[in-house]
Design a protein around this ligand. Structure first.
Ligand code: BG6
Length: 369
């Protein structure tokens, strides 16, 4: 049932192009309209939304962090993201015009469920993004968008994450279309780019051999740091989480601009730092800023492992290792830049002799608070 792979995780990583295609299936019309038919909220309900809260745990929380950039950019609605276990204990400001998006692969995570119930008590509307049909979180929500990623067996989430990202993009685009605001023009181009994503992911998966080789080399490292900016920051957090979960290594993700305010002290001779670089096209300033962050850490001895898109030559002089991904607009880039990080942590864990599918102390779905 592992389909010829050594681990479910490897199988699920390989399934990502199909999983993403399945999340998109039937939800984009030829004219670029987003159809979210399971969403039982009227267009008027969506027009009334003046604030979005995203609540989730673990990897699902990281998908929410990415979603914030897309939703705020396309819709201009303020969006906050919070770990579900913190959300309800601080008395968040919620009312009828708040949309709470609860993201959960299993649909059974107790922290997320309790956050959702709290939101409903405050009369907020709740939309679930979920991979498991008929599970508790979608049943208790006002609306649900299923990710259709198929069953995920490995404890560490991979394809669920990518499909959660796609679902978040769809919701952001849909909100932008319904509300008809400024960035609605971008929707057509983004729809096109989403449709190209399964092919891009196939290309990424075919080029993972250098990552596997690098993983064997990093298996004895004391720590691995991850840096990114903008949507690359949640990708850095997710890369670090994967390494903690699977390889039991000290790993941290940082916003690259924040390094100089403290974490740069962690950099020592040979410290591996994975750097997630955005496309130089579009938000060029962002790209240049991270290139200078990479220069700074390298000057302090870091071994830089740079994930950058094809044709980005500016990073070459500062990359001890260079992992190429296909050209992708910044907001959608987490779909491609996350994949090498999944492969990296899976391979490091297996080199260290760990049970990749069943890491110690973890459960696939945590049904206690
Ligand atoms: C954890 C899992 O405890 O729950 C993580 O080990 C997962 O992999 C998190 O990201 C949230 O799970 P779910 O099902 O709510 O997405």
């Amino acid at each position: 049932e592992k389909g010829g792979y050594d681990y479910f995780m490897l199988k699920e990583i390989a399934e990502q192009p199909q999983a993403v295609a399945d999340t998109l299936l039937g939800r984009l019309t030829e004219t670029g309209e987003i159809v979210l038919d399971e969403v039982r909220l009227t267009d008027q309900d969506l027009r009334d939304v003046d604030k979005v809260f995203i609540v989730a745990c673990g990897t699902a929380y990281h998908s929410g962090l990415v979603a914030k950039y897309a939703i705020e950019h396309w819709t201009r609605i303020p969006c906050e993201v919070e770990t579900a276990s913190e959300f309800r204990y601080r008395d968040p400001v919620l009312d009828r015009s708040t949309l709470v998006i609860a993201i959960s692969q299993s649909g059974e995570t107790m922290d997320t469920l309790m956050a959702l119930r709290h939101a409903k008590e405050q009369k907020a509307r709740v939309l679930a993004i979920c991979n498991t049909n008929g599970s508790t979180i979608p049943r208790e929500s006002d609306a649900v968008l299923y990710t259709h990623g198929g069953p995920e067996v490995a404890v560490a989430s991979t394809k669920a994450f990518l499909t959660q990202l796609v679902a978040c993009y769809l919701i952001g685009l849909h909100l932008a279309q319904v509300r008809g605001i400024k960035y609605a023009d971008e929707v057509g181009a983004v729809v096109q780019q989403l449709q190209e994503m399964p092919d891009k992911l196939r290309t990424v998966l075919e080029s993972m051999e250098p990552v596997r080789k690098l993983a064997r080399d990093l298996a004895s490292a004391q720590q691995v740091l991850f840096i990114g900016r903008h949507v690359g920051y949640p990708v850095a957090l997710e890369g670090a989480l994967k390494l903690k979960e699977l390889a039991y290594m000290h790993a941290e993700g940082f916003a690259a601009g924040e390094l100089k305010h403290g974490p740069i002290a962690l950099i020592d001779q040979g410290t591996p730092v994975v750097c997630i670089v955005p496309s130089p096209a579009g938000r060029g300033v962002l790209h240049d800023k991270i290139v200078s962050n990479i220069q700074e850490i390298r000057a302090r001895g870091a071994r830089t492992i740079v994930i950058a898109e094809e044709g980005d030559d500016a990073v070459v002089p500062y990359a001890d290792e260079l992992i190429r991904v296909p050209r992708t607009p910044t907001l959608l880039a987490p779909l491609v830049t996350t994949v090498p990080l999944q492969v990296l942590s899976c391979e490091i864990a297996s080199s260290r002799g760990h049970d990749v599918d069943q890491p110690r102390n973890l459960a696939k779905s945590v049904t206690v608070e």
